[in-house]
Design a protein around this ligand. Sequence first.
Ligand code: 5GP
Length: 121
Amino acid sequence: MIYDENNIFAKILRGEIPCNKIYEDDFVFSFHDINPQKKIHALVIPKGKYIDLDEFSLNASPDEMVGLIKGINKVAKKLGISTEIGKGYRALTNISDHGGQEVPHLHFHLFGGENVGRMVE
Ligand code: 5GP
């Protein structure tokens, strides 16, 4: 599969579509989901052009991998839901067809701000 340069998150990264930004550094960009499923529903995406977690794990550099994992924690801290300062959260990524992925740019959902319930409803 080839990365779609016109997927909605690529457009957000390029600043072509507005978003409610939470955090940005050299490796990640984070913003609130447009259709929140929980009290807090943030998205964390790598700045690199990766379709999903499988493709990222095959092709991303070690620095990009560390940057993404650290970025998730930085966003959680900024939102007050990390274990250092809050009550925790769920990090989830959907992968391709059977995973129910809609936007083909790797993203982690961070759900929190309340007890987020069972993993699969
Ligand atoms: P997926 O199903 O691919 O794991 O999740 C895609 C997520 O992107 C959904 O939760 C959806 O609400 C969110 N989303 C889709 N379009 C936009 C948008 O234009 N802006 C923002 N902030 N979120 C979006």
